[in-house]
Design a binder for this molecule. Structure first.
Ligand code: PGA
Length: 249
């Protein structure tokens, strides 16, 4: 049984005060929920204060990115050791905004995945096609390439802590989500790709859908055969809407 996993991705939003206020409200709203894993992935500046707010709650902390080296001359970057130090359990890797705006490649994502695993950070690996790629019928080829490249060199044991997030780029922040059928079809395919590569451990891996997930559409996604949760952008910024998504049933 794959436990549902709902993660918020705040992107470049919230000062520390705003972050703390939101999560304090969220803690009360989701108190006692133990059949859904909940995480907030926040900007690096907010991680340390949030770590105090989420202590002894059912909310886990995640980062939005990290560098693949433990330390070094990489001005502006954040290392896995720093993320561990402020209580992160998860780290989003390969988000399409990192790939698109900052030139992150599949190889970079793979290096980050390897380092995250080495330091007991659980990667949430994002994959997804652009609108042009979907229209050209390339969706499956693209996600297969991204998934296999990100997982290159990963062992079956390590795979268990990984989450994959299928996020079609055209659905992110646009208000236009994929249909449940479209999303489930690609997610099922991603699981097949992982099963071919790693065997039946693929059936334990959680695969989220991301892209304009809202309180009103989450239950449709969660009712499908293969979608195990959501990576939520704008609807994760308010405690009430994120809590409504967490309580999707
Ligand atoms: P959105 O973002 O929910 O605002 O579409 C999702 C994401 O980028 O993870």
């Amino acid at each position: 049984m794959r436990q549902p996993f709902i993660a918020g991705n705040w992107k470049m939003h919230k000062t520390n005060q705003e972050a703390v206020d939101m999560v304090e409200e969220l803690v009360d709203l989701v108190e006692g929920i133990d059949d859904v894993d909940i995480a907030i992935c926040a900007p690096a500046t907010a991680l340390a204060p949030l770590n105090e707010v989420i202590a002894d709650t059912n909310i886990a902390l995640g980062a939005e990115d990290m560098h693949w080296k433990e330390e070094g001359a990489y001005t502006g970057e954040i290392s896995p050791l720093m993320l561990k130090d402020v209580g992160c359990e998860y780290v989003i890797l390969g988000h399409s905004e990192r790939r698109g705006y900052f030139g992150e490649t599949d190889k970079d994502v793979n290096k980050k995945v390897q380092t995250a695993l080495k330091h007991d950070l659980k990667p949430i690996i994002c994959v997804g096609e652009s609108l042009a790629q979907r229209e050209a019928g390339e969706t499956k080829d693209i996600v297969k390439e991204q998934v296999l490249a990100a997982l290159d060199g990963v062992t079956k044991n390590d795979l268990e802590v990984i989450t994959v997030a299928y996020e079609p780029i055209w659905a992110i922040g646009t208000g236009k989500s994929a249909t449940t059928e479209e999303a489930n079809e690609v997610i099922k395919y991603i699981r097949d790709v992982m099963r071919n590569e790693f065997g039946k451990v693929a059936d334990e891996i959680r695969i989220q859908y991301g892209g304009s997930v809202k309180p009103h559409n989450i239950s449709e996604f969660m009712a499908t055969s293969d979608i195990d949760g959501a990576l939520v952008g704008s609807a994760s910024l308010k405690a009430q809407s994120f809590a409504d998504i967490v309580k999707f049933e």
